[in-house]
Design a protein around this ligand. Structure first.
Ligand code: SAH
Length: 246
């Protein structure tokens, strides 16, 4: 089976109506990712089927927490600590109506993201270079997002202080997590509360076809923004990671 056929079949397990054009965009993204990864550190996962499953499909498992019909509307979505673009770029390709802001503190990764955005001709997506602690205080972004997502960036206590300031009242912060999620949630209880969030739901999921030792205990955590947040948060750069709210 050729690579495009494989990618299309696999990704349709998460996004049934993915078009051939969208599949081609994901394939181009894969090619740029592995090319650029030769000269800078973007990802440890480079084998084609692994990129498709562990990066693309995993990013697209958000439908387990947010209905596909809602993902087809112009929500303001911010991906905090997007790295090589996960989950933000696959989400934008699969759900082009979304308005997406990608944020990362490493400028060379942001430059790569901009190249991908330009080559794929994506509109309604921006890549910004910045730290969560600064972006969360910027009136352009603070309390403006319907949805903030984040994968593999920090423990949930730290991540809640990075992400909840960006979410508007009634919106949600939905981190992608793996491992001992209940313990992590318990440890983050205070941080979530102080940042005006409420843990609504932990949604365990598996990648299609994931078996045995591969099963990572993945979950999406739905944290609702329930009120206005104190001006204290986020604290100064470095603080949320060094001294998580507890
Ligand atoms: N979300 C991607 C990348 C994870 S690596 C994925 O799942 O593959 C974590 C990324 O978070 C790195 O690119 C790092 O530069 C970024 N990061 C870490 N702390 C940050 C902060 N305080 N603000 C913005 N980005 C941050």
């Amino acid at each position: 089976m050729n690579e495009i056929t494989y990618l299309t079949e696999q990704v349709r397990l998460a996004v049934p109506d993915l078009s051939e054009e969208q599949a081609a965009q994901l394939y181009t993204y894969y090619q740029r990712l592995v090319e650029k990864n030769q000269v800078m550190n973007l990802t440890a996962i480079t084998e084609f089927t692994e990129v498709v499953r562990k990066h693309f499909i995993d990013s697209l498992m958000l439908f387990q927490a947010v209905d596909r019909e809602i993902l087809q509307t112009p929500l303001n979505v911010l991906d905090l600590g997007t790295g090589a673009g996960f989950p933000g770029i696959p989400l934008k390709i699969a759900y082009p109506a979304l308005n997406v802001v990608l944020v990362d503190s490493l400028n060379k990764r942001v430059k790569f993201l901009q190249e991908v955005i330009d080559e794929l001709g994506l509109k309604g997506i921006t890549a910004i270079h910045g730290r969560a602690e600064d972006v969360g205080r910027d009136p352009m972004y603070r309390e403006k997002m319907d949805l903030v997502v984040s994968r593999a960036v920090a423990n949930l206590a730290t991540l809640s202080e990075y992400c909840l300031p960006l979410v508007k009242l009634g919106g949600a912060f939905i981190p992608y997590k793996s491992g001992a999620v209940n313990e992590e949630a318990a440890d983050a209880k205070k941080a979530i509360y102080l940042c005006a969030g409420k843990l609504e739901e932990i949604i365990p999921y598996e990648l299609p076809g994931e078996t045995g030792a591969e099963v990572m205990g993945r979950s999406l955590i739905v944290i609702r923004k329930t009120g206005p947040i104190s001006k204290k948060y986020p604290r100064n750069p470095g603080k949320p990671a060094k001294e998580p709210l507890r």
